[in-house]
Design a protein around this ligand. Sequence first.
Ligand SMILES: Nc1ncnc2c1ncn2[C@@H]1O[C@H](COP(=O)(O)OP(=O)(O)O)[C@@H](O)[C@H]1O
Ligand SMILES: [Mg+2]
Length: 335
Amino acid sequence: MATQHHASVADPLDRTWPWAGPEFTGRGSPRPAFAPPPARIGRFRPIRQLATGGMADIYTAMSEREDGAAEVVALKCIRPHLETIVQARTMFTHEAHLLSAFDHPAIVRPVDVSAAETEGHFAMELIHGRGLGEIIHRAEKIGLRLPMRLAAAIVIAIADGLQHIHDRIVDRIALDVVHCDVCPANVMIAYDGAIKLVDFGVATSRWRRVDGRVLPHGGTVAYMSPEQCRGEPLGRTSDVYSLGIVLWELMTWQHLYKNLPHEQIIARVARGAVPRPSTFGAEIPAELEDIIMCATHAVPSRRFSNSAAIADALRQLVSAEDPAALEMWMRLLFH
Ligand SMILES: Nc1ncnc2c1ncn2[C@@H]1O[C@H](COP(=O)(O)OP(=O)(O)O)[C@@H](O)[C@H]1O
Ligand SMILES: [Mg+2]
């Protein structure tokens, strides 16, 4: 797959789109050297900057626990130039609050969100692994493709995580969460094979309703649903659509919108109609193609009605994956 250059919402020179997380700058190029981190951020000592996105910087960081042990976390910090922008602060605090409302193995776990509102940072489990975008890129570079069953296992795990967030009820009230930015960069695979969805930075919920278009800030417009592109209210099937595009790309091993500028992608997605993977030469079972076409239907009510349904459909097709297989793949790709 060719690395695409595209103007992201936040940074017109962002070359990370569409596969890679912000820590990765494209084919063959080294990871960016970040400036040394500040000595302290709240009660944490940042060690190394992992990534920078449109809204936040991510560090590995340490803190002392009460029992004297060191705690290692991923620290997400709102970027300094956004600290005074109310809408950005609101979104950041909302992300931290949401994380605290979840409890699922496929959703990144919060560690300490108490300073999110006051100091603009929160701590979460450090996922020792890589973004799916980077994994695909790496596999491509050394001439490997993730086997179909592994790709399906990743999508099943994320679908399970999405079902959890979509169904979340707090104080007897449905939260109505929509992630709004399901894309390869926000799916992380740990070296031990764990699969995790990260980045609730643009998520919507009962706690943060959004009028108008919810734009992802990582330049991941290629995964947005037609209704998201049109600026309409979003329901859970919008995330089903985005996950369907991830599956489409994992099965065809191609970018759906190759070399198209951002505005044209939005215009094209808004019109609907995703091409069948087989027209792109993908050799996949017809049932799997039907799953992809159903998930990415232009009309929300014609898609799987929830994420569990797409996970169930995939489980019926693909035999249960041994978790050790992903770990082996990570070893193969990154050692
Ligand atoms: N808990 C975590 N552990 C390790 N790496 C992480 C974690 N959360 C995010 N990252 C990495 O940092 C990148 C940016 O984080 P993300 O939350 O997606 O921020 P942004 O909103 O800027 O996209 C991710 O794509 C991923 O590579
Ligand atoms: Mg992100």
